[in-house]
Write a protein that binds this ligand. Structure first.
Ligand SMILES: NC(=O)C1=CN([C@@H]2O[C@H](COP(=O)(O)OP(=O)(O)OC[C@H]3O[C@@H](n4cnc5c(N)ncnc54)[C@H](O)[C@@H]3O)[C@@H](O)[C@H]2O)C=CC1
Ligand SMILES: O=C(CO)COP(=O)(O)O
Length: 326
């Protein structure tokens, strides 16, 4: 039985998931790197920087990672490019078989590894699971109905995590296809940047729907080449999350793409945009596996500053005509 939950990461997702666990009746402790976040949560029962206006009762914060890791299961909710660093400092406190649930969405820059592969390298004792799916932290924190996927190689672990976190407004589904869940969550962020560009450039709802559907075709091709199950890619953590993040300005990836579509510079201030780092990694993975991903290529070209939005769109539209399912 999972009774206690540690959360690593005091940003919006870590804080929202700490609330989920607390609402599900678990005893929770949240670790944040920043001293200001720890003291704000402990003194004002709010995380004003990342989740303003949401009351955090019964969620003690700590700057001591060992204290948060003394829990039956641990949620790792830092950005993808920080997962290796945080899992490395957590590793000495992780006993053999200790459940560690990765909540980040992305692929590692430099190694092209999925987050579960990164954690397996630096914390080999951990029993790794992945939580992903269409779920904005603000919606989850507000108690709006949300459904996600929790994947682990070991199905009983995935199910027991679903029982530990599930509640009246948060419904997790168990899965064993880690590759499918991780590829869906990572690649949808890149495609959401493209969707934002289309929206910001004012190309219309038809273009946005076409981009989303053709983007999904790319996500599915890559996922299947890497060993994902088609059903997973069509589920909450793939198609579900793609639809959410390609259609809402609540998504930071979509909002960033929208800014670019409106003509703002690449370095205009923006919050965490996971798709930026994952775009190049995805493009390289696709090349290695000889998978065609023209929308991902287009995002990489725009992000590199080497091509304008208009030239990139013209380029996509003038590709040779072909069968849709090819
Ligand atoms: N915010 C959301 O709605 C959702 C976010 N996610 C995923 O969760 C992950 C985290 O995102 P958010 O919490 O939204 O980001 P955020 O920007 O709100 O917070 C990130 C947190 O991680 C901390 N952090 C960064 N590097 C660190 C390091 N090396 N050591 C310790 N702490 C570090 C920051 O101080 C900050 O507290 C991302 O991969 C994102 O895709 C997934 C689903 C929903
Ligand atoms: O993953 C998310 C929702 O499922 C959050 O998306 P953003 O990181 O684009 O805000």
């Amino acid at each position: 039985m999972i009774e206690t939950i540690g959360v690593l990461g005091g940003g919006s997702w870590g804080t929202a998931l700490a609330l989920v666990a607390s609402r599900a009746g678990r005893k929770v402790r949240l670790w944040a790197r920043d001293h200001e976040t720890v003291s704000a949560i402990d003194e004002t029962h709010e995380n004003p920087r990342y989740l303003p206006g949401i009351r955090l009762d019964h969620i003690p914060a700590t700057g001591n990672i060992g204290a948060a890791l003394r829990a039956d299961a641990v949620l790792l909710a830092v950005p993808a490019q920080s997962v290796r660093a945080v899992a490395t400092i957590a590793a000495p406190y992780i006993a053999e078989g200790h459940p560690l649930v990765i909540c980040a969405k992305g692929l590692e820059r430099g190694t092209a590894k999925r987050m579960s592969e990164v954690v397996a390298e630096v914390a080999p004792g951990a029993a790794v699971a992945v939580l992903s799916g269409p779920s904005f932290a603000t919606d989850v924190a507000a108690g709006l109905p949300t459904a996600v996927t929790i994947a682990a190689d070991n199905e009983p672990l995935a199910l027991s995590l679903c029982h530990a976190l599930g509640g009246g407004t948060f419904r997790p589904y168990a899965e064993t296809d880690l590759i499918g869940v991780e590829i869906g969550g990572a690649v949808k962020n890149v495609l959401a940047i493209a969707a934002g560009v289309v929206d910001g450039r004012g190309l219309g709802a038809s273009a946005l729907a076409a981009l989303t559907a053709r983007g999904f075709a790319e996500l599915r091709r890559l996922g299947e080449a890497l060993g994902a199950k088609p059903e997973t890619l069509m589920g909450l953590s793939g198609l579900g999350d793609l639809v959410l993040t390609c259609s809402s300005t609540q998504s930071r990836n979509f909002a960033y793409g929208r800014m670019l579509g409106e003509g703002l510079p690449l370095d205009a201030p923006h919050p965490l945009v996971e798709g930026i780092a994952t775009a190049t990694v995805t493009r390289d993975l696709a090349r290695r596996h000889r998978i065609s991903m023209p929308i991902v290529d287009a995002v990489v070209r725009i992000l590199s500053g080497k091509a304008t939005v208009d030239a990139t769109i013209e380029n996509l539209m003038s590709r040779p005509l072909k069968r849709e399912s090819a």
